[in-house]
Every structure is written in C-alpha cells, then in structure tokens.
Design a protein around this ligand. Structure first.
Ligand SMILES: *[C@@H]1O[C@H](CO)[C@@H](O)[C@H](O)[C@H]1NC(C)=O
Length: 357
C-alpha cells in the first residue's frame, strides 16, 4: 500500500515538472517573437504647456473631439491636421489646432494602434494642458490653443546621444554619408551605409524645401550636440533624424535594453526551472532505482540472516553431539573400571574359603 502510494507520488512529480517546463518554453517563445509593431508605442518624449484649461470648458470639448478625430483618421491616412472652433461664430477661448504623424514605414493598422496609444497617454501625461506634444517610437500627436499649423518651427524638442565611438574614421565617413542622404528626404526616408543606418521623418504638410531645411537643421544638431556618438536622435518640432551603428542602437535605447534585461532574466529563470524539472525527473527515477536497490539489499540481508541462523543452530547441535560423545566416553571408561573391579571381586570369590575357622 505504501509503495504504491509512493509510486503515484513520484509519477505526479514527473508530470508536474514536464508541464511546468513546457509552460515556460511557450512563455519564452512568445517573448522571443516580439516584432516592430510592439515597439511602435514606446515613449520617446512629451511636452506640456504650463497653462491649464478648466474642466467642462469649450476648449475641453474641442480637445476631446480633436482626439477622437485623430483616432478615426489614423485608420485611413498617416498624417492629418485639424482646426476646431476657429470659426468667427465660435468663442476664441475654445480653439484647438492639432495634427498627428505616423512614421512613414508603419502599416495603417500599426499607425492607428500607435495613435490610439498616444491619444490615451497624452491626457495622462499632460492633464488639462492648453498645449501638448507626444512622440512615441511610431507616431506623433500635437495640439495647441494657438495656430501652429504650417508654420516653420525648428526648435529642439528632444535629443539623445549614445556613448562615443573613438577614432573610427570609417564609422564617421559612413555616418556622414547617411546624414547627407537623410537631408534630401521628402516625408520619410531610410538610409544606410556600411554598418551605419538611419532614418528621418518630416511632418506631412511640409513642402520638400521646408522638410530639407528642417532636416539640415536636425543633422547639424546631431553633429554639434552628439559629436562622435555611436547612435543619436534629434527631434525638432517639425522633423527628426536618427542614426545608429548596426548592433549599437537597440542595446543603447533604454527601453530595448530593459526588454533585453527582461529577456535575459526570463532566459535565466527558464533555464533554472528547466534544470530543476530535469533534476526532479532524475531524482524521481533515482528514488525508484534506489528503492529497488534497497529492497534487493533487504532481501539479501534476510537470506543471509536465515543462513546464519541455520549455521548457528548447526553449530549448537554439533556442540551437543560433542558433549554427548565426551560424556559417553567418560561413562565407558567408568564402566571398564567397574568391570576390572568386578573381575577382582570374582578372583577373591574363587578363594572363597573361610578365613577364619
Ligand atoms: C481655421 O484654421 C485653419 C488652420 O490654420 C485654417 O485653414 C482655416 O481657414 C481656419 N478656419 C476659419 C473659419 O478661420
């Protein structure tokens, strides 16, 4: 009864271990299959106005209708601009001007997912703000109370420089090639030279000349602000340019390095758990094997004890026999002595004449 219970228990262990390891295999393969669309919603920067609007004001109503227009429009086109409440009949305090721009290489479905995420975040990041801009990896949303649409603005919004590359002439030549190519962008452009890659994006309503001059400005800032960085990003109000040395970029961006960390941690956990599972399986087999060996040993011990007992009792019997033989020998000698004495008596009997008359 106890043995069958134990067997059941160890089988249960094995099944549990196998099940656990398969779950973690599935989990790790899910993590490994993340692609670009997952990255589109990654936060890059946000800017909020100091002035705040009142809840339930005309501005709030127009802002809400702007945000829902942005979401519905993003399932059709990658860029659009809106002006709400700027008619002569509307109160000027409620006017909202805004636009959105998806990265030129995003599919429409990924663009609208990114915009949805940006619209959800913008009111949380900039609550009750009269003006706000939010740049995610894949899209950009901006609104203001004053009309900024179509107006040249090359102010710096965000920059990020990685660690420096030291004295790599080849790298700087390639990087300058990429940056020169990006300046001729109309809208969105990807460029690469050797191991250096980059891309640039302008807001959708800009003329080719305005886009080029905006990007020339961005490229100038990349060189002046980030010097010899292996990867760098410069975001201006209406355009941005980014470059990286292959292999550097994703390990340098803080978000993806977090993902790498998570990946590594998961890999370690999966490794440890798989190891544990294997150990449990091995132990349960070992326990079975050990059980068999112990049982066998026990039986052998039993047999040995039986033989030993038999041997011991034989020994006892032998001793009894020896003792009996000894006493028999003693008795025989006593008997022969008695016989001799009896003979002597018989002789004295032969001279059986009265000694005294
Ligand atoms: C509202 O602003 C937009 C963008 O500047 C402009 O094109 C449009 O004509 C304006 N509408 C009115 C009624 O002023």
């Amino acid at each position: 009864m106890r043995r069958s219970l134990q067997l059941h228990y160890s089988t249960h262990d094995t099944i549990l271990a196998l099940r656990l390891s398969s779950v973690f295999f599935l989990f790790s393969s899910l993590l490994a299959s993340h692609g670009y669309p997952v990255k589109a919603h990654i936060f890059i920067y946000a800017g909020c106005s100091q002035e705040k609007y009142q809840p339930s004001s005309p501005f709030e109503a127009n802002l809400n209708s702007f945000l829902s227009s942005v979401v519905s429009s993003s399932s059709q086109v990658s860029y659009n601009s809106f002006s709400l409440g700027n008619g002569s009949s509307s109160p000027s305090e409620g006017t909202v001007y805004g636009l959105y721009q998806c990265r030129g290489d995003l599919k429409t479905i990924d663009c609208s997912k990114c915009i949805e995420s940006a619209v959800n975040q913008i009111s949380l990041v900039c609550p009750y703000s009269y003006g706000a801009s939010l740049q995610l990896e894949g899209c950009y949303v901006r609104y203001e109370h004053i009309d900024f649409l179509g107006k040249i603005d090359t102010s710096l919004r965000y920059k990020k420089c990685s660690r420096s590359v030291s004295n790599d002439v080849e790298f700087f030549r390639r990087r300058d090639d990429v940056l020169a190519d990006l300046q001729s962008s109309i809208g969105f452009r990807v460029s690469s030279s050797g191991l250096v890659e980059g891309f640039a994006q302008c807001i959708g309503d800009m003329s080719p000349t305005d886009c080029s001059s905006c990007l020339a400005d961005a490229v100038g800032k990349l060189k002046s602000l980030c010097g010899s960085a292996a990867a760098a990003d410069v975001f201006l109000a209406q355009c941005y340019a980014r470059y990286w040395a292959s292999g550097y970029y994703y390990s340098l961006s803080s978000d993806s390095s977090n993902e790498d960390q998570v990946g590594k941690t998961v890999a370690i956990i999966v490794g440890v758990l798989a190891g544990l599972a294997v150990l449990i399986v091995l132990l349960s087999f070992c326990r079975k094997a050990m059980g068999k060996i112990l049982l066998n040993y026990h039986l052998q011990l039993h047999k040995f004890r039986y033989h030993l007992q038999q041997l011991l009792s034989l020994n006892y019997a032998c001793r009894l026999i020896e003792e009996t033989e000894a006493s028999l020998r003693q008795r025989r000698s006593t008997l022969s002595l008695a016989t001799k004495l009896t003979k002597h008596f018989v002789i004295s009997d032969e001279v059986n004449e009265p000694l005294c008359h």
